[in-house]
Structure formats: structure tokens, C-alpha cells
Design a binder for this molecule. Structure first.
Ligand SMILES: [Mg+2]
Length: 264
């Protein structure tokens, strides 16, 4: 019996041709951010949350995303409403989970003590990943996520393709002016390096950036305009500085020239 199961499991492992990795917050489910949570709690008259730390109950490092309440009603109602689901990514998830040759993984920066909460929300949408991987509060999300991808590639050597969905990409990093938010570029770097060592049979990889949900085109433009304006100003200042330096140099040469002549 056990041997049969073991053989079955082994066959399954060698049958995997695609690994699909989904981020949770703001990728699969639009859970409220700390800022939005405050407004929701205010509406619900949850005084403690607004006034103090009780409702947000930070467990470690005062991180909102580590708090149980961040995934409980009223912040995430029970059952979780469809409006919080990212329909487009959810369709990709269902397609992946329904395919036995694909390994469907949810890889989230949320800590292990919130696994039950995440499973409850996933359950509300009848989502069952092959694996749900969390990141301990003592680790940082990006290196841990890369480590998990590496382990999956080792565990499923027949993988021909990796596809990922994440919201922390170049767009978000630029929008909020936080370069460290760009996890997607790092995933890409890692997979490129992996392929360079793999030699003749590189794996295909595709990383989908999920755009921030609440951002309007005008906000996007404002950010863009600010960035362009900043760059323009910097360029102008640099050119001015260069001109000033050239002028000073010219003046200096003029001063030293007669001296040089008199030496002759
Ligand atoms: Mg996310």
C-alpha cells in the first residue's frame, strides 16, 4: 500500500512539466492594505484599531501583514466577497490546479501562523493549491521566495516551464518610488542564471506583473510626470554645472596663459 503510494507519488513528481507560482496579496486576492484597513475599521467603529495597537496586534516588527486581524472580518469578510478576488489571475489559478501535469503553488510573504486564514479565504473561492508556502517572520520575503523557486526546480526536474504571478514588479516599484519592491526583476535574474547553468535545455519562464488595483490612470500619469520632471531638472542642473565648470576652466587657462608665455 505504502509502496504503491510512493510509486504513485514518484510518477506524479516526474510528470510535472510546468510549475505555476502565485503570490497571494494583491495578486490573487485584493486584501486590504494597512492604510485601507484603517478606513474600514473606522467605518466599523473599531475604536481600538484606530487608537492603539490592539486590533492590529503586531506580532513581530510591527508588521500589519503579520497580524491575524488583517485577514479576518471586518477587513476580510467571511465568506470573502468576489469583489476581492482578482478574476483574471483566479482563472489562471483554476486552470493550473485542474491540470495534473502542473504544480500549483501559492507563495506568499505572509507568515506561517496565518496559513489557516489564507486557506479559509482560498476555500471561499474553492481554490486548492498543491502547495501553500509562507515565509517565517524571521526571514525576508524576496530571498525566501527565490529559495522556494530553486527548491521546486530541484524537486521537479522534469519541469519545462515556470510561470509566476506577482504584484511586486517594476511598475509598483516605480509608482511608489520603492526600488526594493521590484521582486519580479530578481526572479527573472535568478531564472536567467539558472538557465545559463542548465546548458542545452533551458526552461521557459514567464513572470506576469499584476498591476496595482486602485491606481487610476491620472495617478499613474502624475507619478510618471513627477519622475520625468525630476529627471529633466537633474539633467538641467548637471548641464548648468558642466557649463559652470567649463567656464571656470577657461578662465583659469586664460589666467595661466601669459605666465606660460613669459616662461618661454
Ligand atoms: Mg503581493
Amino acid at each position: 500500500m505504502f509502496k504503491d503510494w510512493l510509486v504513485q507519488e514518484e510518477t506524479h513528481k516526474n510528470n510535472i512539466i510546468k510549475v505555476d507560482v502565485f503570490d497571494f496579496d494583491d495578486t490573487l486576492v485584493f486584501t486590504p492594505s494597512a492604510k485601507k484597513a484603517k478606513d474600514i475599521l473606522h467605518k466599523h467603529n473599531v475604536k481600538a484599531a484606530i487608537e492603539g495597537t490592539d486590533m492590529i496586534r503586531p506580532l513581530d516588527g510591527h508588521c500589519f501583514y503579520y497580524a491575524y486581524q488583517s485577514l479576518e472580518p471586518p477587513l476580510v469578510p467571511e465568506p470573502c466577497p468576489c469583489s476581492m478576488l482578482n478574476q483574471g489571475v483566479a482563472q489562471q489559478f483554476y486552470a493550473s490546479a485542474g491540470d495534473p501535469r502542473r504544480m500549483t503553488v501559492i507563495l506568499t510573504g505572509r507568515p506561517p501562523h496565518l496559513e489557516k486564514h489564507i486557506r479559509r479565504i482560498l476555500g471561499d473561492f474553492k481554490m486548492e493549491p498543491n502547495r501553500l508556502v509562507t515565509v517565517p517572520v524571521t526571514s525576508s520575503t524576496l530571498p525566501k521566495k527565490i529559495e522556494v523557486i530553486a527548491r521546486l526546480l530541484d524537486e521537479f526536474p522534469s519541469t519545462e516551464e515556470v510561470e509566476m504571478w506577482d504584484d511586486r514588479g517594476p511598475l509598483k516599484a516605480k509608482l511608489y518610488n520603492k526600488p526594493e519592491e521590484n521582486h519580479i526583476s530578481e526572479f527573472r535574474k535568478f531564472l536567467t542564471t539558472f538557465n545559463s547553468y542548465r546548458g542545452e535545455k533551458p526552461i521557459k519562464f514567464k513572470i506576469n506583473e499584476v498591476p496595482p488595483r486602485d491606481v487610476t490612470a491620472s495617478q499613474l500619469f502624475q507619478q510618471y510626470a513627477t519622475q520625468v520632471g525630476k529627471e529633466q531638472k537633474e539633467r538641467k542642473e548637471k548641464a548648468k554645472e558642466k557649463k559652470k565648470k567649463a567656464k571656470a576652466k577657461k578662465a583659469e587657462t586664460k589666467k595661466t596663459k601669459p605666465k606660460a608665455k613669459s616662461k618661454k
